[in-house]
Write a protein that binds this ligand. Structure first.
Ligand code: AMP
Length: 295
């Protein structure tokens, strides 16, 4: 595995990488969810590149950029074991010159609602860094997690709008045995909060079951998930979830849905103490017969 820290080094290493080349961008603190993206890339592609970069541009001022978990040595070991060919792990100064003046902005509900409403500027920062990384790495296929469903939809939008020559593949959410979606931020949870945390996914599954009932609507799905999340706190006797949003949206446009359809996604964000968790499940009518498909 070749480890690069500068754009010049990365371009030189990637010039001779096997094609098709898959690319997995990450912010490090790697867990099995990230590695499932690498595995998907290895299955589809002859070469695999990954990046490890905690992108300051996508964190708000009051967010956790400074405290975000970082462990480059452990990350590199995991990426090497997973079969990555080239890693790009730049410093923030390598990616952002002090006089840089260019942004990438996706307009509309896709970036203004839900995560975009809760985290202003987040999607601008994400879109800028992903665009830059795609230009540096020049992969054939980009692998992103379905856990960050709105991020996936925003990336699909600007890749299409900017005619970027890359295929975007969404990889299903990897979960802990109790259902909690794996996330680098789970490391912030206290033991008590960790006990409560799977309640978010359980609430989404309750919402999905309600969606399988006759005459179900997005409203009944949301109401069921909301009350399940509230009762998760009661039954455990622990601190409660503070709900940021629970919504049923179209997985492509992120517009709220009035009726359940083939792209219906139940999305939620909630805080446990200082940790913000997000998750989603499909509530498309076609999701019900199998019972276990979460995406
Ligand atoms: P992050 O390091 O949080 O920026 O995540 C890097 C990539 O890994 C993103 O495409 C995420 O959607 C994806 N990812 C994070 N957690 C998971 C998970 N539990 N399962 C699958 N993919 C994930």
């Amino acid at each position: 595995m070749i480890v690069t820290h500068t754009i010049v080094e990365a371009r030189a290493a990637l010039r001779s990488a096997p094609r098709p080349l898959g690319f997995v961008p990450t912010m490090g603190a790697l867990h099995d969810g990230h590695l499932s993206l690498v595995e998907a890339a290895r299955t589809r592609c002859a070469g695999v590149a990954a990046s490890v970069f905690v992108n300051p541009a996508q964190f708000g001022e009051s967010e956790d950029y400074a405290s975000y978990p970082r462990d480059e040595a452990a990350d590199l070991e995991r990426l090497e074991d997973a079969g990555v060919d080239v890693v790009f792990a730049p410093a923030a100064t390598e990616m952002y010159a002090p006089d840089a003046a260019t942004g990438v902005h996706v307009r509309g509900p896709l970036t203004e609602t839900l995560e975009g409403a809760s985290r202003p500027d987040h999607f601008d920062g994400m879109a800028l860094v992903v665009t830059k990384l795609l230009e540096i790495v020049r992969p054939d296929v980009l692998f992103l997690g379905a856990k960050d469903a709105q991020q996936l939809a925003v990336v699909r939008r600007f890749v299409h709008d900017l005619d970027l020559e890359v295929e975007v593949v969404g990889v299903p959410t990897m979960r802990e045995p109790d259902g909690l979606a794996m996330s680098s931020r789970n490391a912030y949870l206290t033991p008590q909060e960790r006990t409560l945390a799977p309640g978010l996914y359980k609430a989404l599954l309750a919402g999905r079951s309600a969606g399988g009932e006759p005459c179900a609507t997005p409203q009944t799905v949301i109401a069921t998930a909301t009350s399940a999340l509230a009762s998760a706190a009661h039954t455990s006797g622990l601190a409660a979830f503070a709900i940021d949003y629970i919504a049923v949206v179209d997985a492509v446009s992120f517009a709220p849905q009035m009726v359940l359809g083939p792209h219906s996604l139940l999305v939620a964000a909630a805080r446990l103490g200082s940790t913000r968790l997000i998750d989603n499940v499909s509530v498309a009518p076609s999701a019900y017969p199998t019972g276990d498909a979460t995406q």
